[in-house]
Design a protein. Structure first.
Length: 481
């Protein structure tokens, strides 16, 4: 991997990075949030419906694990394939693929006549879902200015995670009913499909990533999209500098790299660290969503009471995501991520051992709140570490490990829960969270730095961009990480 300094005017990346956040940035971020809303909706849907599906199809433990795991196995495939596709054909085109697959397959789930049809179409829906978050991560990283990248990326995820309490409330209202003679669980799948179709229509107006366009040599198109953002900033009072001053902020250009660079220095250590995080962290994050109703049932609570407790616990997801917005630019990303993993370990152990309603709801709420600080900081930290030419490939491949890990989790967490109870199951979850946190000690710093400064070898001293018009401060990049 090589980087160079430009001497003939600013690159597209430098032009994007010097902009303030505009209404156009915010509208773009909102569209990203809308798409992710339905992915999060789907990922938590099976956990909410687990008890109902178990009764409807007379499922044993292995069959229930298949239902819970099928979407995540599909998401593993989707993250690998669509992540690479986004680096080859563009972020926007990959988005259209993800939404088409998800919307059609989720509608088929709503119409599924038997277990195997449901499992098959959840797998196909998962393929679409698998590409959604990696492409979103890269898209946000490509367009958001570095001084506010963490805040607005967290803002996008905060909007998306409103889906979690929505799933809980819909489950509370629909699971025991049959509106218009159709089982409530079928309505919940159908609503997800229609929402994804709406998102598809909204996203048709998205621009392609100018960073990606420049990386593949489509410079005229990259310039046109970048000019659109510059004109939006000028309309809101921003004045472009008459001369680009490289002495204040070197204009680094990271040349396109092959995929094998992910497994060579200096990127190999980042690849290994994020692989560890995405293998271990989902054991807690999605393990909680998948096991929650079953844990409460094991404590002797009926379905209605379990869903009520779970709905209150799920409120922590959007609130935790909002909390991440407030702290994302206040500390190094890797330390926020590590601290949230430790918090998940503690809250999980308390939840697994809790007996009273107050402690169950409070510990569940705290777990979900801290879990979304973890999720948001993990996504943002990952999108910052790899060059544009392989960013979505790296993000997709690494995040695919989380899908595989999540798919495997029911096959050992459910037997642990059945044989040894919730305290033992959540002790295993806590151990995984602590190991993931420990790996981050060796991670690279990213907060406030330009993507091109993080992605490749850089000068000894770089300027950390502040808000537009503000001062800069020197930063020594950590080259070995």
């Amino acid at each position: 991997m090589r980087s160079s300094l430009r001497s003939t005017g600013p690159s597209v990346a430098a032009r994007l990075d010097r902009l303030p956040v505009t209404r156009l940035h915010k509208r773009f971020t909102g569209v990203m949030a809308l798409g992710n809303f339905f992915e999060i909706y789907e990922l938590f849907l099976a956990g909410v419906l687990a008890t109902t599906l178990k009764k409807t199809f007379a499922l044993g433990g292995f069959e229930l694990s298949l239902v819970l795991a099928s979407a995540f196995v599909g998401a593993f495939v989707g993250a690998v394939v669509i992540g690479r596709l986004a680096d080859r054909v563009g972020r926007r085109s990959a988005y259209m693929v993800t939404l088409t697959l998800y919307s059609g397959a989720t509608l088929a789930c709503a119409l599924a006549p038997n277990l195997w049809t449901l499992v098959a179409f959840r797998f196909v829906a998962g393929i679409g879902l698998g590409g959604e978050l990696p492409v979103t991560d890269s898209f946000l990283g490509d367009l958001l200015p570095p001084a506010r990248r963490g805040y607005y990326a967290a803002w996008a995820f905060t909007g998306a995670y409103l889906a979690v309490p929505v799933v809980g409330f819909l489950g509370l209202v629909l699971v025991d009913g049959a509106p218009l003679g159709v089982a409530g669980w079928r309505w919940m799948f159908a609503l997800g499909s229609l929402g994804a179709l709406l998102t598809f229509l909204v996203r048709r107006g998205l621009p392609e990533s100018p960073r990606w366009l420049e990386s593949v040599g489509r410079t005229a198109e990259a310039d046109a999209v970048t000019s659109r953002f510059e004109k939006a900033a000028e309309a809101e009072g921003w004045t472009p500098p008459a001369v680009f001053d490289e002495s204040e902020e070197p204009d680094l250009v990271v040349e396109p790299v092959p995929v094998r660079a992910l497994f060579r220095r200096p990127l190999a250590r980042r690849t290994v660290i994020m692989a560890i995080v995405w293998i271990l962290a989902p054991i807690g994050y999605y393990g909680f969503g998948s096991l929650a109703t079953l844990v409460l049932a094991a404590k002797g609570l009926d379905l209605s009471t379990s869903l009520t407790y779970l709905t209150f616990s799920f409120i922590g997801y959007p609130l935790g995501s909002y909390l991440s917005m407030l702290i994302m630019e206040k500390a190094e990303r890797k330390w926020i991520l590590a601290a949230s993993l430790v918090g998940m370990a503690v809250c999980g152990i308390v939840y697994g051992s809790a007996q009273s309603a107050a402690v169950i709801i409070a510990s569940g709420f705290c777990f979900t709140a801290v879990a979304n600080v973890m999720s948001n900081s993990g996504h943002i930290y990952q999108l910052e570490q790899f060059p544009t030419s392989v960013r979505t490939t790296a993000t997709g491949w690494l995040y695919s490990l989380s899908r595989l890990s999540t798919a495997a989790a029911p096959f050992y967490l459910l037997p642990l829960l059945g044989a040894h109870g919730a305290p033992v199951a959540f002790t295993v979850v806590a151990a995984a969270m602590l190991l993931a946190a420990l790996s981050l000690v060796f991670g690279v710093r990213t907060t406030g730095l330009r993507l091109e400064a993080i992605s490749g070898p850089a000068p000894a001293t770089l300027a950390r961009p502040a808000a537009p018009g503000g001062p800069t401060s020197p930063v020594i990049p950590e080259k070995t990480h």
